[in-house]
Design a protein around this ligand. Structure first.
Ligand SMILES: Nc1nc(O)c(N)c(N[C@@H]2O[C@H](COP(=O)(O)O)[C@@H](O)[C@H]2O)n1
Length: 591
């Protein structure tokens, strides 16, 4: 087998192992792990996955499917480093060695203090070991578990509901669910995917929440989070929580660090926090370096009161708010803590690179709302040529992962948050879309580096047709304004464009681009009219610079750059501190 063939076979096997891992339980103390065993010539001879604490680990599950001796000289592909300890089961590293496995490829290292070290044990036994294959995908799958294992405390997700105009509850306090069916279903899905769900005692007294995960008809879902109540006030006799299928955990709430340790000790790895109706989450993230918070977007806001004095006037419905000073890394990503690896966006988001040169004008042929995503099918015979499941295609600038395809079309799932952040929120059959496949190494970089991660949407303010060219003016959301410069690059609906003018009017910022006939004919930009919305992605370089300026320059920059006005710095320390550092901004909002 050539090295290239082996690499391909192993990457394919890791993809399969990842799929197998997903069959395991998403909650609980043990991670979801999958394993595929390849014969020396690259054929799949066995596979397995972990079904939860106390059952066989994925590697042993796979080995058990083989006759004695059949694994000799084989390669084990595992999503997590084989464990090295005796826990509820024996050490996988030893089981692999004993079975005669010659090579092990794993995605992510096991951070467990007792279980880590399997790779070394394997190497010491003469096994060839490689790591890091599909590491980002596995990091995304095991986000909660890895966070908890690394930080020794549960990963917290804070949820609060807010209307599109930034309101949280009816003025008379009557509204319980201000969000629509889609957002509500999303919340119940998140509840079911968490080990525990927490509220304050005040919320229990005021709202009497059931804290169960339910389907559209109110029936209990199979997985139920353990309810956790913080506060000293006792649970009222008739509290709905007393009928919860899981025994509630009651914690004093005075020392959050100690409470989180206690939850970790009790096997809670992910904690879903539902905020009280009338407030945005503040104490949670700050007190605990919470990794993530999220908003739900309801369809209407009538009768609801502003969620805060500062954010009520112009909240952005597109953002993923983050109230923690150290947490939210971008609109779609939540980080752990400083110095830790930042989990990338989930796989559906895609994380390839594009150039902003549109390959084909596609047409939406099907829009299928599902539980927590919308499956969109797009006719695009050119871009589906050779496309495979898992490949990325930018659809009007939004990087999507192909989940299905035929000779003419492909389908991709768009997450609720991506819908909310882009013009895909109004995607409909027959909509024309700009299509570009992910760039390959060696491609000509005709446009600029485009990531397919939308920063926000703009509106067409004016189209000025010329003899051949058209000049189009777009509104620019305030957080994006500093990132757009005259003659700089911007992607509009996925099209790489040079900014020909910028301006900041009292009504807001704007930018203009001049569109050549080729762009007008070959992309959706040719049909734009005043009032149309477009997806905007600012230049990644500008975002990096903004991020650097927001960080403590002495920490973040090489010493030659860190001194105020130092060699090559081009700015003073005073310049480096941004005037406003709103944690709710999507761009660089990770302070
Ligand atoms: N490599 C690997 N494969 C699996 O299938 C696993 N479940 C794990 N888990 C690691 O081992 C710990 C649990 O061990 P016991 O189930 O108690 O024996 C878990 O914390 C992981 O570190 N690893």
């Amino acid at each position: 087998m050539t090295t290239a063939t082996r690499t391909t076979a192993e990457a394919d096997a890791m993809r399969r192992a990842l799929e197998l891992a997903e069959r395991g339980p998403a909650t609980g103390v043990n991670p979801r792990v999958g394993c595929v065993i390849l014969s020396p010539d690259g054929e799949v001879i066995a596979d397995g996955w972990h079904r939860g604490a106390g059952t066989a680990h994925a590697e042993v599950d796979a080995l058990d499917a083989l006759d004695p001796g059949a694994a000799r000289g084989a390669t084990a592909i595992v999503t997590l480093e084989p464990c090295n300890h005796v826990g509820r089961t024996g050490p996988c590293a030893r089981a692999l060695v004993d079975a005669g496995i010659a090579r092990v490829v794993y995605a992510v290292a096991d951070p467990g203090p007792h279980s880590a070290g399997g790779a070394q044990t394997l190497r010491d036994a003469g096994v060839d070991v490689e790591s890091g294959v599909l590491a980002d995908e596995v990091e995304a799958l095991l986000e909660d578990w890895l966070f908890a294992a690394r930080e020794r405390r549960p990963r917290i997700t804070v949820k609060w509901a807010s209307s599109l105009d930034g309101r949280v509850a009816a003025a008379d306090g009557t509204s319980r669910w201000i969000t629509g069916d889609h957002a509500r279903a999303d919340v119940h899905r998140r509840r079911a995917a968490a080990d525990a769900i927490a509220v304050g005692a005040g919320t229990v007294l005021a709202d009497d929440p059931a804290l169960t995960a339910r389907d559209d008809h109110g029936a209990l879902l199979e997985d139920q989070p353990v309810p956790v109540v913080f506060g000293r006030r006792p649970l009222p006799e008739g509290a709905a929580l007393r009928s919860h299928p899981r025994e509630p955990i009651l914690l004093a709430g005075g020392d959050l660090g100690a409470d989180l340790e206690e939850l970790q000790r009790r096997g809670i790895r992910s904690l879903f926090v539902e905020e009280a109706r009338r407030s945005r989450p503040r104490s949670w993230p700050r007190a605990s370096s919470t990794n993530c918070s999220s908003t739900s977007l309801p369809p209407s806001s009538a009768g609801l009161e502003p969620r805060s004095a500062t954010s009520a006037s112009r909240p952005s419905p597109t953002r993923h708010d983050c109230a923690s000073p150290t947490s939210c890394a971008s609109a779609t990503t939540c980080s752990s803590s400083p110095g830790r690896r930042t989990p990338r966006p989930p796989p559906q988001e895609g994380r390839d690179m594009f150039t902003g040169i549109i390959e084909e004008l596609g047409r939406v042929t099907r829009v299928e709302p599902r539980a927590d995503v919308v499956r969109v099918t797009v006719h695009g015979p050119k871009v589906v040529d050779g496309v495979r499941h898992g490949d990325s295609i930018a659809v009007s600038g939004v990087c999507l992962t192909v989940v299905d395809s035929d000779a003419e079309s492909f389908s991709a799932d768009v997450m609720a948050q991506t819908l909310a952040m882009s013009t895909l929120d109004t995607v409909a059959i027959d909509r024309a879309v700009n299509l570009e496949r992910a760039a390959l190494v060696g491609d000509r970089l005709g446009g600029h580096i485009v990531q397919g991660h939308i920063d926000g949407t703009g509106e067409v303010l004016q189209v000025t047709p010329g003899e051949a060219w058209s000049v189009v003016r777009f509104s620019l959301p305030a957080p994006l304004a500093p990132l757009v410069v005259d003659k700089g690059s911007i992607a509009v609906d996925g099209v790489s464009l040079t900014v020909s003018a910028i301006g900041d009017d009292p009504d807001g910022s704007w930018f203009e681009v001049s569109l050549i006939p080729e762009t007008l004919a070959a992309t959706t930009l040719g049909t734009l009219e005043a009032g149309d919305r477009v997806n905007l992605e600012t230049d990644v370089l500008a975002r990096h610079v903004q991020r650097m300026l927001r960080l403590d320059t002495h920490r973040a920059l090489p010493s030659s750059l860190a001194e105020p006005g130092g060699p090559g710095s081009g700015f003073s320390a005073g310049d480096a501190a941004p005037a406003s550092d709103s944690a709710s901004t999507t761009i660089g909002g990770d302070r």
